[in-house]
Design a protein around this ligand. Structure first.
Ligand code: ADP
Ligand code: MG
Length: 159
């Protein structure tokens, strides 16, 4: 597990941009954390990094938003699913095992459908500072171990 700190929404978005630059077809990123943690903020950064210029909005009510960048981006938010099985109606396999990048908010709610190999990110707030977040990166599988190494390298290099 690797933990990163951010001190503003811009910084979290900037981390998302770096990540978006490094993502490949088929990558799956899960975002977990309370309401207002910064999941959508991070997803919007990923979209920028993938060259998407469209405004990225929360898919809380739509469940999924698709964008066209260097790769397709599937931005899911499963907060409002009454039960995980509803993901099947959404045709989730096309996203998780497709040729785009999947970013999924509240992913833990659909744990049983997630691919074994993925990057899990937990965003934690702390009482006292509204702008401070800890991003915990937990890669599952060799592709994501490598991705996290590259991410850290770019974050440290300041680009
Ligand atoms: P979520 O999708 O997890 O519910 P959002 O990304 O929609 O959260 O909202 C995060 C809110 O927290 C935004 O209003 C953002 O400006 C604010 N914020 C403050 N500090 C940070 C930070 N370090 N990282 C991300 N968001 C932050
Ligand atoms: Mg959100």
């Amino acid at each position: 597990m690797i933990a990163l700190e951010t001190h503003s929404a811009e910084e979290t978005g900037g981390f998302g941009i770096i990540m978006g630059n490094l993502l490949q077809a088929g990558d799956v990123i899960t975002l977990n954390g309370d309401l207002g943690a910064g999941k959508t903020c991070l997803a919007a950064g990923v979209a920028r990094g993938l060259g998407i210029t469209e405004r990225v909005t929360s898919p809380t009510f739509t469940l999924i938003n698709e964008y066209d960048g260097h790769l397709p981006l599937y931005h899911l938010d499963v907060y409002r699913l009454a039960n995980p099985e509803e993901l099947e109606d959404l045709g989730y396999e096309e996203y998780f095992y497709g040729s785009g990048v999947t970013v999924i908010e509240w992913a833990r709610q659909v744990e049983q459908y997630l691919p074994d190999e993925r990057l899990d990110i937990y965003i934690e707030k702390q009482t006292g500072d509204d702008n401070y977040r800890v991003l915990k990166l937990m890669p599952q599988g060799s592709r994501y171990n490598k991705l996290v190494k590259e991410l850290i390298h770019h974050v440290c290099a300041g680009n």
